[in-house]
Write a protein that binds this ligand. Structure first.
Ligand SMILES: Cc1ncc(COP(=O)(O)O)c(C=O)c1O
Length: 382
């Protein structure tokens, strides 16, 4: 996918506004009524929000009253975890949460916070192929286990997690189950009934819609406590005037993009991986060969720093990502690839390419050829 002068291969990070969403928002930028106001302008805005809620409900097979709009998936994830914690506090009951060791920081860091607050957290290990190992899940349940939270697909590797199997175990033991499904949206079927989850988080900006809009699905909306107080919006579960333009853009994105769901990108993801492996020696795929979102190709170019590859590609107008996080001024190796037990060399040399339904074969050829040439130069220099 080309955005102005950039070959954009970082669609798991975010997506640009779809051109139709962009022009639709420009045409409708005059809509400003507060959705809580009772006069016509307000009612019009309210209708936009309810129409979008219906679209999401149809998409994921959930009832409209089970959906709460938030500022993004970070907020939705925080709301579930902190809400379960507060409920246990109020009932003076200890809380144990089970998660995976490859969650996005919005889960990982919230769990670290909750641990400081006295919550016990167990982290399920993952296989070398990035799949959460649930073989001992039932053994680590305790009478205090109140929540299991595991992502639908990993943002770095694209590996799809065994959500249904976890949901079955959670249900059998009457434990709530939350899934951070951000990376599934538009890339994989998302059916609440099939998944069997109690809570699920989504984010609009991974889907060619504006940033600052998320959705929290709650099977029992009353079971979730608000993070924010001060208004009656979203069944009093999320106070604050809604992000009207963001939600309007999300509505348009859902309308425009749903036909792309059964994705032509499938073959292109495989083509990208095949080309990288064919033209660049010592290219190793990080993650499961098939149980993976086909748009996501995380590979290690052994012996070369992933950051060096990313920065050199950037100079050539190509945007990709590494899984490393920048914290306190130093670069931390990806916790996801580390949890998979990969060697430090392999972790440090990882680069993630993530494409969209609008990526073309020509884009891929150009990106692979440029990557090949950069790796060759870097390997010669080292
Ligand atoms: C798996 C996953 N969860 C949560 C988030 C956070 O979403 P948001 O940017 O809407 O807060 C992201 C975004 O990078 C993600 O990839």
């Amino acid at each position: 996918m080309r955005i102005k002068n950039t070959y954009y291969f970082d669609c798991n990070g975010t997506t640009p506004l779809h051109p139709e969403v962009d022009s639709f928002l420009k045409k409708n930028g005059h809509i400003f009524g507060n959705p809580s106001s009772l006069y016509r302008l307000g009612r019009n805005s309210h209708e936009i929000i309810e129409k979008t809620r219906e679209q999401v409900s149809t998409l994921i097979h959930a009832s409209t009253d089970s959906l709460i709009f938030t500022s993004g998936a970070t907020e939705a994830n925080n709301q579930v975890l902190k809400s379960v914690w507060v409920k246990h506090l109020l009932e003076h009951k200890p809380l144990h949460i089970i998660s995976s060791s490859i969650e996005h920081s919005s889960i990982k860091d919230t769990l670290l916070f909750l641990e400081k607050m006295g919550v016990t957290v167990s982290y399920l290990p993952v296989t070398t192929e990035g799949i959460t190992d649930i073989s001992h899940l039932e053994n680590i349940l305790t009478p205090a286990t109140g929540l299991i939270t595991v992502m639908g697909a990993n943002n770095e590797t694209g590996v799809i997690q065994p959500i249904k199997s976890i949901a079955d175990i959670a249900k059998k033991h009457h434990i709530l189950f939350h899934c951070d499904a951000v990376q599934l949206l538009g890339k994989h079927p998302l059916n609440i009934e099939d998944m069997g989850v109690d809570f699920l988080s989504l984010s609009a900006h991974k889907y060619f819609a504006p940033k600052g809009v998320g959705v929290l699905y709650c099977k029992q909306p009353r079971s979730v406590m608000p993070l924010l107080h001060g208004g009656s919006q979203e069944q009093k579960r999320r106070s604050g005037t809604e992000n009207l333009m963001g939600i309007l853009g999300f509505s348009k994105a859902l309308e425009v993009l749903s036909p792309h769901f059964s994705s032509p990108q499938d073959d292109l993801g495989a083509y990208l991986l095949h080309s990288l492996r064919t033209y660049i020696p010592e290219t190793l795929l990080n993650g499961h060969e098939t149980q993976r979102l086909s748009n996501t190709v995380n590979v290690s170019f052994l012996g070369i720093s992933g950051e060096a590859v990313m920065m050199n590609l950037d100079l050539k107008g190509i945007a990709v990502s590494t899984g490393s996080a920048c914290s306190t001024g130093s670069i931390e190796p990806s916790h996801v690839l580390t949890a998979m037990g990969l060697s430090l060399d392999r972790v440090k040399s990882a680069v993630r390419f993530s494409i969209s339904p609008f990526t073309t074969k020509e884009d891929i050829d150009r990106v692979v050829e440029t990557t090949r040439s950069i790796i060759k130069t870097l390997r010669t220099a080292s």
